[in-house]
Design a protein around this ligand. Structure first.
Ligand code: FES
Length: 143
């Protein structure tokens, strides 16, 4: 997988907009799956941009407040959101090679689980964040 390193700026969603997205049972049920796998969060919902901005199998980095978040679009429109900066030495994780479960940092090849943030190669863990596809086709991240 190759990914663009472009950073887009996210905007916080109005509460009514955030609640209008798909919930359980929508056509993109995998978004619900990613919410289940990501840690619980009571943070704000940020509308990142249209799903179509991310080709299947690639990732994009978004600036969300002070955070840099990499959103991966996997097959079946499964979404994963992780901290975009590798804790080892700052590598751009959105540019790493990824499959359905892990991403490999492009700088020194540490491996991170996209659902848990755990590293199987000895690096410190990264943050994983709830992400879903809203009914209007935009990506919503809770942070
Ligand atoms: S910066 Fe990611 S493995 Fe070194």
């Amino acid at each position: 997988m190759s990914a663009r390193s472009t950073v887009a700026v996210a905007s916080a969603a109005a509460p009514e907009a955030a609640s209008s997205g798909r919930d359980n049972g929508g056509p993109v049920g995998t978004a619900t799956n990613s919410e289940r796998l990501a840690p619980a969060s009571t943070g704000a919902v940020h509308r990142l941009g249209p799903l179509d901005e991310i080709p299947v199998g690639e990732a994009r980095t978004y600036a969300v407040g002070d955070a840099q978040i990499a959103v991966f679009r996997l097959r079946g429109d499964v979404l994963r959101a992780i901290d975009a900066v590798c804790p080892h030495a700052g590598g751009p994780l959105a540019d790493g090679q990824a499959d359905a479960e892990v991403v490999i940092c492009p700088l020194h090849s540490h491996v991170f689980n996209l659902a848990t943030g755990e590293s199987s190669s000895g690096a410190p863990p990264i943050g994983c964040h709830p992400v879903r596809l809203a009914a209007d086709g935009r990506i919503e991240l809770t942070l």
